[in-house]
Design a protein around this ligand. Sequence first.
Ligand SMILES: Cc1cc2nc3c(=O)[nH]c(=O)nc-3n(C[C@H](O)[C@H](O)[C@H](O)COP(=O)(O)OP(=O)(O)OC[C@H]3O[C@@H](n4cnc5c(N)ncnc54)[C@H](O)[C@@H]3O)c2cc1C
Length: 401
Amino acid sequence: MADLDGSNYDYVIVGGGVAAAAAVDGIRQLDDSGSVLVLGAEADGPVYRPDLSKKLWLDESSSLERSALLDGQDFDLRIGTEVTSIDPAAHTVQVTSGATVTYGKLLLATGASPRTLDLPGSDRIMYYRNASDYRRLRELAGEDMPVTTVGGGYIGAEITSALTQNGVRVTMIFDEELVQQRLFPESIAQLVTDDFAGHGVRLLAGETVSGGELADDRVGIRVGDGSVIEAGAVVVGVGVVPRVELAEAAGITVDDGVVVDEQLRTSAPDVYAAGDVASYLDSLLGRRRVEHVDSAEKMGKHAGRNMAGADEVYDYTPIFWSDLFDNGYEAVGDLDSRLDTVEDWNADRTAAVVYYLRDDVVRGVLLWNVWDSSDRARDVIARSRDGKLGRGELIGAIPTS
Ligand SMILES: Cc1cc2nc3c(=O)[nH]c(=O)nc-3n(C[C@H](O)[C@H](O)[C@H](O)COP(=O)(O)OP(=O)(O)OC[C@H]3O[C@@H](n4cnc5c(N)ncnc54)[C@H](O)[C@@H]3O)c2cc1C
């Protein structure tokens, strides 16, 4: 591809993840000839991240190549190219080399970056987000090389489950009393915790990490009481923050994410945002930001269509899902165990629907080992919001089998 400097594109997409890939699809649905440039900072190319903690460990037919995003479509792609600034008035972006590109429409799909802990720099300590993290963990983790995971949330729990199923001994350090306690009501968090322990995971609950130390082929993680947990690799999953720096520096409105309107437009003309970075207006739940792939896909595609002239209102409440050993779930809306919950279990207590309520209005639905019911979950949230489904009517509202 020719030098970028001075080039001019109808559409420029900053970020090369799920939202970006979907945006290209969205643009191409309406505009098959406009020029599209995707600028992605990840040097080894973006992958479908859910595979990094599930399929690539559990399904032998999967591979990093198959998880790659953005292959073979009709657009220009620059990976390993970070956008350093945007100028909405001039309709330009600048990249690390200093090159400037002019755009007609711009999409910010910069995603989120992991929160970090005060630990020494080492390629044995991973915040686990991209293909090189996966490759490195594959190299390091093995039956004779234990791994420590830090954080009892989504990433910590999924990686722990995946590694354990690959015969790796895992110690999981987390500050709650139970695994995924911020997400699940106590009954399910307890069940998950027991399941992890039953699979041989060493659980260090209620512990905070106070530092780390490096030896030749080991990393020691120090916990509250001063003891040190040694492993060949450490995976830290303690949450992410939206990558809003470019928007902020350009004077675009930011409030826990880049704020977009119903058409996914930011406060700057011709600049849109989608995916983990975007704070959007959910028609069921109000303004929120979602860090999940279904949201990034739907929002990315919608933003692409709107950039190409569709001008449609975004009206979608996404799902998310996870697999933990033999259990799995889908969920819609806000899953926050501080909300009030109503639990509806099946007879043998292997599956449940959990409703999360604020002021007796359903904000979220967890479908625990219950499948193909996300549309019903959205319907429950809508009817509850509209006062058509009372708290007392929730049991049985979604079948548990
Ligand atoms: C290991 C793992 C497993 C996951 N599993 C699930 C799951 O099972 N289900 C689920 O729903 N979600 C899952 N997620 C979350 C999901 O992957 C994210 O919600 C999704 O990737 C968000 O897509 P995005 O395009 O908004 O952002 P990202 O995928 O983060 O992509 C943003 C891209 O923008 C690039 N970028 C940022 N700033 C710049 C810049 N200035 N210039 C150029 N490029 C830039 C970044 O390098 C990155 O490549 C998982 C995440 C991880 C890390």
